[in-house]
Design a protein around this ligand. Structure first.
Ligand code: FAD
Ligand code: EPU
Length: 335
């Protein structure tokens, strides 16, 4: 374990923002984690996984801990279900592929989401009709406030759309997660966003979990910019949720606004549509901008500053609020 000073974080965030951490350490075991938190408890600490959901707006004046705990295992719960356990530093998509290789169903719709396993519960990752909570059993958490480990079960985690207890309580560090996956009779979810159409084009009428994964990967590669080529952190904003009364009043002015019923009283509106309708899709401002095919994604074309991306996000919020009277909420963690 080597403590580095004034360490560049440009390879530790997918926005590729070139800021420095006053101190930086990579941790590969629980023992190292204990040593670090005991010795640096007076410091401001940031735990980082793949850096695919953060925006650094300035140098980090504290200790950045890259939590690189590896290891995963598999055990049968009964003839129908298995439990997969993975440590925080495992790559999420590699875990998905490992489950697919073992023909375990439940996270195939979450294929190709960047980042590490330990970050998956933080915003209850979701895509294509599935969320982490749908398969979540528990996670092991290290509490920085009392230096102790605790198991958080599904009911403890307060999972919501892109939210959890861990977003509110930054003292809780996820060190491993356990998921419950099906051994057979997999529940196939192909209802969301073009999966069905894509399967039809391929002539697949009884898709396997492997087919679903392949199709999800294809759609994602088509729609979302690859962070290896253009710096980004996926959707910058959450899709806003409004009540029925508000939905009716917006529809009067914007009759073609897409909206999806998510409960008896609430609708979700695609923020991408709002940003496109506001005429902002594809706009470039120097080295940063709003992506040309997915306007929910803010991008760094190279050499852009986090502060400027943050300012751009504020301007977008103001414009959307003025036109639609809707307050966009930021999904990305601003640091
Ligand atoms: P980081 O960016 O490293 O961390 C995110 C936050 O979690 C930070 O606040 C960090 O301090 C905290 N954190 C990290 N590790 C821990 C830990 N072990 N314990 C406690 N706190 C921790 N997200 C979706 O939900 N669905 C998508 O479809 C999706 N698509 C994406 C597509 C692209 C191209 C990109 C770039 C991002 C996308 N995201 C998506 C967002 C991102 O991939 C997820 O939020 C992912 O879980 C972040 O993982 P990470 O390891 O990179 O987290
Ligand atoms: N749309 C437009 N213009 C565009 C693109 C999209 O109007 O240029 C509208 C369309 O109405 C479209 C709708 O937006 O039907 C939804 O678009 P898409 O299916 O691409 O999904 P999204 O709402 O933009 C959400 C998640 C993604 C997740 C996908 C698939 C949020 C904030 N984002 O995006 O998650 O991968 O659905 O499930 O919920 C992330 O969180 O980082 C992320 C990428």
């Amino acid at each position: 374990m080597i403590l580095k000073e004034n360490h560049s974080l440009s390879n530790y965030n997918t926005f590729k923002i070139n800021v420095k951490a006053k101190k930086f350490v990579e941790i590969k075991s629980i023992d190292e984690l204990k040593i670090v938190v005991e010795n640096y408890s007076e410091e401001k600490i940031l735990f980082l996984g793949g850096g695919s959901n953060v925006l650094f707006t300035e140098d980090y004046d504290g200790l950045v801990v890259y939590l690189n705990l590896k290891g995963k295992s598999l055990k049968e719960i009964d003839s129908d279900f298995s439990e997969v356990t993975a440590n925080a530093g495992e790559n999420w998509n590699e875990l998905v592929n490992y489950c697919l290789e073992n023909n375990l169903g439940g996270i195939e719709n979450l294929s190709l989401i960047p980042g590490n396993v330990g970050s998956a519960p933080i915003q209850n990752i979701g895509a294509y009709g599935r969320e982490l909570k749908d398969v979540f059993i528990s996670c092991e958490v290290f509490d920085l406030e009392n230096f102790s480990f605790k198991t958080y079960y599904l009911e403890d985690c307060q999972f919501e759309y892109r939210n959890s207890i861990f977003k509110k309580h930054k003292n809780l560090i996820v060190v491993s997660i356990s998921l419950r996956l099906s051994n057979h009779n997999h529940v196939i979810n192909s209802s969301y966003g073009g999966i069905e159409k894509e399967l039809e084009n391929k002539g697949i009428d009884k898709p396997t979990i492997q087919d679903i994964s392949k199709v999800v990967c294809q759609i994602r590669k088509r729609k979302l910019p690859d962070p290896e080529k253009i710096g980004n952190a996926g959707s910058f904003f959450k899709n806003p949720v409004v009540n029925m009364k508000k939905m009716e009043s917006i529809k009067k002015k914007f009759y073609d606004i897409p909206h999806f019923k998510i409960s008896d009283t609430e609708y979700k509106i695609p923020a991408a549509w709002l940003i496109e309708k506001a005429g902002l899709k594809g706009k470039v401002f120097g080295k940063i901008g709003i992506h040309k095919t997915q306007p929910l994604v803010l991008v760094n074309y190279g050499g852009g500053h986090g502060k400027d991306l943050f300012k751009l996000s504020i301007s977008i919020k103001e414009i959307i609020s003025k036109i639609f009277n809707i307050d966009l909420e930021t999904e990305v963690n601003i640091i």
